[in-house]
Design a protein. Structure first.
Length: 345
């Protein structure tokens, strides 16, 4: 009955949204995002400069396909979001690994490398690096932009976590400061709302967005118009802002609760830095702990715990996992820690 009502509602009231639409995405949502990006990040993106994607994942893929040719080099973090690494490799690119410290990617290391080799692009996760959760400092942001101008490479800025910064105000994206059209900016609503609602966006130089739209159309004629229109209304009615403010407060409290539980229960076995933002803790376990076995044993007790394999690569083998806290209330966190304690000691 419920589904019949929805179909009826769509066919009668919103029938326009059931037609073929622009591959660039709903104009209403692009307009809402244009305002939102301007007020939250000082980012100037007109509706023509925005492409709605299926999550930021699609934005990484489109950027890689347009920027990289086989044999090109792209700089990425020593540890990195592994799916992005896969996308760049699939485009035929070589990865130049850049160390990450508590201020994010080491820009001086890149500067040195650029004396001897060319890169086509760099992939940066400024808020908050995955997996380590560190924030890229403003000083480094400015220097990356300077290097991009001097050495003519593109910056793919994956700012999927911008909306979850607890420390103070988030830093301005590189894209908001850039005057040289070198930055492709990617964002997402999937983390804000629900990962299954696949809405992301990208903005950059007009000709790049034009090419990305044409490529997107080859893969996927258009996005989910009804979902895009629904989000456009939520933005326009101010619901997204209200929701974001509430979520930020809740997640900050959850971060603090989870960090103090980890401190109290696992001080000898797990080290971590309280992240300035994001929805996970980068937890480094005592090297003697076998995370694969631990994860297996935890699951038998009803607790899903990552086993750390996802983030390992040819140069990165820290015995760590990302522990997501955002979806757990205090009671669930206490239960999770009790199970972990049981299987760890
Ligand atoms: C660093 C990073 N970028 C992009 C994504 C993709 O997110 P989505 O496509 O849901 O926006 C993820 C997902 O976890 C991620 O960790």
């Amino acid at each position: 009955m419920y589904s019949i009502l929805i179909v009826h509602f769509l066919l009668t009231i919103y029938s326009n949204y059931l037609k073929y639409g622009s591959p660039q995405g709903s104009e209403n949502l692009r307009e809402a995002l244009s305002n939102y990006l301007s007020t939250t990040r000082g980012l100037n993106a007109s509706i023509n400069d925005l492409l709605i994607t299926k999550g930021s994942q699609m934005g990484i893929y489109l950027s890689a396909q347009l920027l990289l040719d086989p044999g090109d080099t792209i700089a990425v973090g020593m540890s990195n979001y592994p799916t992005a690494d896969q996308i760049f490799k699939q485009a035929g690119a070589n990865l130049l690994r850049i160390p990450i410290d508590h201020n994010g990617m080491d820009v001086d290391y890149l500067e040195n490398k650029l004396k001897k080799q060319k890169i086509k692009a760099i992939y940066i996760i400024p808020h908050h690096h995955s997996p380590t959760t560190v924030t890229l400092s403003m000083e480094r942001r400015l220097k990356f932009l300077k290097l991009a101008k001097e050495h003519q490479f593109a910056i793919i800025e994956d700012d999927y976590d911008f909306d979850f910064h607890y420390a103070n105000k988030p830093y301005l994206p590189l894209a908001s400061i850039d005057h040289n059209q070198n930055v492709i900016y990617l964002g997402s609503i999937t983390k804000t709302f629900a990962p299954a609602l696949r809405i992301g966006f990208m903005t950059g130089p007009a000709n790049f967005i034009y090419a990305a739209t044409a490529l997107r159309e080859l893969i996927d004629r258009q996005g989910d118009t009804t979902l895009e229109e629904a989000f456009a209304s939520l933005f326009k009615q101010g619901e997204m802002n209200r929701y974001n403010r509430k979520a930020l407060k809740t997640y900050k409290e959850r971060r603090d609760t989870f960090c103090s539980l980890l401190d109290t229960n696992f001080a000898n076995q797990i080290t971590f830095k309280v992240p300035e933002g994001g929805l996970a803790i980068w937890a480094i376990f005592n090297p003697e702990i076998d995370l694969i076995q631990l994860s297996h044993n935890a699951l038998k007790q009803g607790l899903y715990l990552d086993n750390g394999l996802f983030y390992k690569n040819e140069v990165f083998s820290t015995n760590g996992i990302r522990m997501g806290f955002a979806s757990l209330d205090e009671k669930e966190m206490i239960e999770a820690c009790a199970i972990l304690k049981k299987v760890m000691y």
